[in-house]
Design a protein around this ligand. Structure first.
Ligand SMILES: C[S@@+](CC[C@H](N)C(=O)[O-])C[C@H]1O[C@@H](n2cnc3c(N)ncnc32)[C@H](O)[C@@H]1O
Length: 697
C-alpha cells in the first residue's frame, strides 16, 4: 500500500485511477472490511434510536457500521464486539466451534482473527423491529430476526436459520440440536413458545441433568483454568462463578473442550458410576467362593474372574464375613507367596512385612502335597494363618465338660487324623481313650479360698457411681488405680491416665505387667459395667482336644479378637508354705502333669503392690475349670493378668487370661507358665516356638 500511494503521488493519472477505483468499489470494500460510511452512520442514527440507547448502556462508542450478526447490536471495534460475544452469545459461538479448541482463549483468538466477519452485520441488513432490545434474553422472541434471503444476499449458503438467535445451519438436525442446546435451559423457559414450552423444557432438563452432575467436578476445574474467559468476565464486572454455574453445556461441547486431566476426572466419575451399577457379589456369593479358596490372592482372583475388578471394600467385607462364619482364609499382606501356589500380583518386597513363623508349621495342610520353599516356610504372618486343624474331622467325646456350669459349653473332642487315631474308626477312638479329661477333677467356676487366708485388711473400696454402667470420667476407681497407671501407656501407646483398663468393647488395653482393678461387690454398678470383665466369666467358645505330646489342650472353637478375656485360672487357693500343698505339687510334677499356678510367678515386683510376704498358689488338681488344660508356650497367644476385685493385695489377685493377638478358630491357646526350673531333667517343652526355652519347668 505505501508503494502504491508513493506511485500515485508521483503520477496524477494513477492517483485519479485509484480514487475512482476506491469510489466504485466502496460497497465491496465495505462488505469485505465491515466499515461503515458517513451516510450509513447517519441513516443508522436516524433509524435506530432505540438501539443507540442500548449501546450507551454498554458504555460503547456508538460508532456505526459494526454490528453483531446475531443480534444487530452495534460496536465501535472488534474488541468490543468480541466482548459482546463472550457475554451474550457464548453458547452460539461455542456450539459453532465445538470440539476444535483446547481452551476458551484459543477459541476467541481464532474467532477474532478468522471469523470476525461472520459475526458482524452491515447497515443494509434489515433492522429489528423498533424498540426491541438488543440483549439476547430480551430478543429471543418467537419471531425471526432474519430470514433465509437476508443471509443469501450476504453471501451465505446456509439454509436454516435459528428463529431465536439467527445462527445459520446447513442441516435441519444441526439447527434442532442448536435449538435444544442454546435455548432450552431453564433460564430461557419463559422464551419458549407457548404450547411447546413445557415439553421442551422437561426434555431439556432431562437431557442435561445427568451429565451436569457428572461434570460438576470437571466444570470446577474448568473454572480455575479458563483464565482468559475469567479476565473477560472480570472486565465486564460479571460474577464468574455465577455465570459459569448458569452455563448448561451440551455434552459434545463440554467433552470436546476438556483438557486431558479433566477428561480423566470425567472418566473416573463415569467408571465409579459403572462400578456402582454393575452387579457385585452378594454375601452368599462371597462365602460360596471363600469356601474353596485358601488365601486373599485366590479369593480376589476367583471373585474378579466372575465380577471383574472389584473395589477394595468388597474384600474388607469378605474378611469380616469369613471371620464371622469361621472360614479360614489367609488375609495376608499384598505380595504374599501363598504356600498353596496362588499367584501374587508382583514379587517386589514380597517378604518385607511378614514375620517368621513357628517351626511346628512344617506340617503340610491336608490334601496339599506341595513342598514349601524355605522362604515361604519362614515368612508367613503367623502360625495362626494356617488353621488346617479346623478342617480336621473330629469326634466329640463330651458336649460340655463343665456340665452346664459355664455360660458357654466347653466340648471335648478327638481329632480323627491325630497320629494316635489315624488307623482307627471313630467308634474305636472313643473306646481307646480310657481316661477322659473331665473324670479326674471337679469343675468349679470360682476359686475356693480357705477362710483362714481371706484378706480383710486390703478390701477394695466400692465406687459411688449412680449409674449401673461406670464411666471413666466419674468412677471413683479411676482415682484408685490412676497412681498405679501414672506414666503408663496402653497397648497402642496412648497414656492410661483417666481411663479404665478395658475399652468399650471389653477388650483389655492396659499393658501387660500392671494389675487391673475391677469394680467389686461394694460398688453400686452391675455386671454390665465397663470395668467388670473377668467377673462375667467364660464368654468365648473353647474346646478341649488331645495333642500328640502335651496331653490335653485348649483351643479356640471360634475366632477370638485380640484383648478378649478368655478364662480365669480357677482352683483352690493355697499358701505356698503349706506342706501338704507342696507335697501334692511335687507329686503331680513327678507324675508329669502339674495343675499348680504360682501367683507370685506372674509378679513384676516393681509394678504390683503386696502387703504380706506369704506366697499363694492356685491348685487346680482336684477343683478347677477349663484353664487347667491350657498348656505352656514360650511364645504364648494369651497374656496373664492379675485382676484385683475384692482385695487390693496382688497376692489375692484373680488370674485372667486375655488374648494378646487375634486368634483364629482351631488355634491352640497357651500362656507362659514362667515356672522355676526344677533340678534334673524337668519337663521338656513341646510348644514348638522358635524361641522355645526347651523346658516347661
Ligand atoms: C496345667 S497342665 C496342662 C494340661 C495337660 N496337658 C493335661 O493333659 O491335663 C500342665 C501340664 O501339661 C503339660 N504341658 C503343658 N505345656 C507343655 C509343653 N509346652 N510341653 C510339654 N508338656 C506340656 C505338662 O505335663 C504340664 O505339667
Amino acid at each position: 500500500m505505501p508503494l502504491i500511494l508513493d506511485e500515485a503521488s508521483k503520477n496524477p493519472d494513477v492517483g485519479e485511477f485509484l480514487l475512482k477505483l476506491i469510489s466504485s468499489e466502496r460497497e465491496k470494500l465495505t462488505d469485505v472490511w465491515g466499515f461503515g460510511t458517513d451516510s450509513s452512520k447517519q441513516t443508522y442514527s436516524e433509524n435506530r434510536e432505540g438501539s443507540v440507547r442500548v449501546l450507551h448502556e454498554y458504555g460503547t462508542n456508538p460508532s456505526p457500521g459494526l454490528k453483531c450478526k446475531i443480534c444487530s447490536q452495534e460496536f465501535s471495534d472488534d474488541q468490543d464486539l468480541g466482548l459482546h460475544w463472550t457475554e451474550v452469545h457464548k453458547k452460539e459461538v461455542r456450539w459453532l466451534f465445538r470440539g476444535n479448541y483446547l481452551n476458551t482463549d484459543l477459541l476467541w483468538q481464532h474467532i477474532v482473527s478468522d471469523h470476525a466477519r461472520e459475526f458482524r452485520l452491515l447497515d443494509h441488513v434489515p433492522q429489528r423491529p423498533r424498540g426491541q432490545s438488543v440483549k439476547r434474553t430480551e430478543s429471543t422472541s418467537v419471531e425471526p430476526h432474519y430470514n433465509i434471503q437476508n443471509f443469501e444476499k450476504d453471501g451465505c449458503s446456509q439454509k436454516f436459520t435459528c428463529r431465536l438467535c439467527g445462527l445459520r445451519f446447513d442441516l435441519l438436525p444441526d439447527l434442532d440440536h442448536h435449538h435444544q442446546v442454546a435455548h432450552m435451559n431453564p433460564g430461557t423457559v419463559s422464551d419458549i413458545p407457548p404450547g411447546r414450552g413445557k415439553f421442551q423444557f422437561n426434555r431439556g432438563r432431562h437431557y442435561y441433568s445427568a451429565f451436569k452432575k457428572s461434570l460438576r467436578s470437571s466444570s470446577t476445574l474448568k473454572k480455575r483454568t479458563s483464565s482468559g474467559i475469567e479476565k473477560h468476565f472480570k472486565a465486564l464486572s460479571v460474577d464468574v462463578s455465577m455465570d459459569t454455574s448458569q452455563i448448561v453445556e451440551p455434552e459434545t461441547t463440554s467433552l470436546g473442550k476438556l483438557l486431558d486431566f479433566q477428561l480423566s476426572d470425567v472418566a473416573l466419575t463415569l467408571f465409579s458410576k459403572i462400578l456402582k451399577t454393575r452387579p457385585q457379589p452378594s454375601n452368599v456369593d462371597i462365602l460360596s467362593v471363600a469356601h474353596s479358596v485358601c488365601c486373599k490372592t485366590s479369593l480376589c482372583a476367583a471373585l474378579e474372574a466372575k465380577y471383574g475388578i472389584l473395589p477394595d471394600n468388597i474384600f474388607v467385607k469378605a474378611a469380616k464375613l469369613c471371620s464371622d462364619v469361621g472360614i479360614q482364609i489367609d488375609w495376608h499382606q499384598e505380595d504374599f507367596i501363598c504356600p498353596k501356589g496362588c499367584k501374587s500380583r508382583s514379587s517386589s518386597n514380597a517378604l518385607f512385612p511378614l514375620q517368621p513363623t513357628q517351626v511346628d508349621f512344617v506340617i503340610n495342610p491336608p490334601n496339599c502335597h506341595a513342598i514349601w520353599d524355605m522362604e515361604e516356610y519362614h515368612y508367613v504372618l503367623h502360625s495362626s494363618h494356617f488353621g488346617w486343624k479346623l478342617m480336621r474331622e473330629r469326634v466329640v467325646v463330651c458336649d460340655d465338660v463343665s456340665f452346664g456350669m459355664e455360660k458357654i459349653p466347653v466340648a471335648c473332642v478327638l481329632d480323627v487324623d491325630a497320629k494316635e487315631f489315624r488307623h482307627m474308626k471313630p467308634g474305636e477312638i472313643l473306646q481307646h481313650e480310657n481316661f477322659l479329661p473331665w473324670q479326674g477333677f471337679h469343675y468349679i467356676t470360682k476359686c475356693l479360698v480357705d477362710s483362714s487366708i481371706v484378706d480383710s485388711e486390703n478390701s477394695m473400696a466400692g465406687c459411688a457411681c449412680s449409674h449401673p454402667h461406670c464411666t471413666p470420667e466419674k468412677c471413683d476407681h479411676i482415682n484408685l488405680f490412676d497412681s498405679t497407671y501414672e506414666n503408663v501407656v496402653d497397648i497402642h501407646d496412648i497414656p492410661m491416665h483417666g481411663r479404665f483398663p478395658y475399652d468399650e468393647n471389653s477388650k483389655v488395653i492396659l499393658q501387660e505387667g500392671y494389675p487391673i482393678y475391677e469394680c467389686n461387690s461394694s460398688c453400686t454398678c452391675d455386671t454390665s459395667c465397663q470395668n467388670r470383665v473377668l467377673q462375667r466369666g467364660l464368654l468365648v467358645k473353647l474346646e478341649l482336644f488331645k495333642t500328640e505330646n502335651k496331653g490335653w489342650a485348649v483351643r479356640a472353637a471360634e475366632p477370638i479378637p485380640q484383648g478378649t478375656f478368655v478364662c480365669e485360672y480357677i482352683g483352690e487357693v493355697l499358701k505356698m508354705k503349706d506342706d501338704e500343698a507342696m507335697r501334692n505339687a511335687e507329686r503331680e510334677a513327678k507324675s508329669g502333669c502339674s495343675y499348680l499356678f504360682e501367683i507370685t510367678s506372674q509378679f513384676d515386683r516393681e509394678r504390683v503392690q503386696t502387703s504380706g510376704t506369704a506366697a499363694y498358689m492356685i491348685d487346680a488338681t482336684r477343683y478347677g475349670n477349663v484353664s487347667r488344660f491350657i498348656n505352656h508356650s514360650c511364645s504364648p497367644n494369651l497374656s496373664t493378668r492379675l485382676v484385683l476385685v475384692e482385695s487390693k493385695d496382688c497376692q489375692f489377685a484373680h488370674i485372667g487370661f486375655f488374648t494378646n493377638q487375634d486368634i483364629s478358630m482351631g488355634e491352640e491357646l497357651a500362656y507362659d507358665y514362667r515356672q522355676k526350673m526344677l533340678p534334673g531333667d524337668g519337663c521338656p517343652c513341646h510348644c514348638g516356638a522358635l524361641n522355645c526355652r526347651g523346658r516347661v519347668y
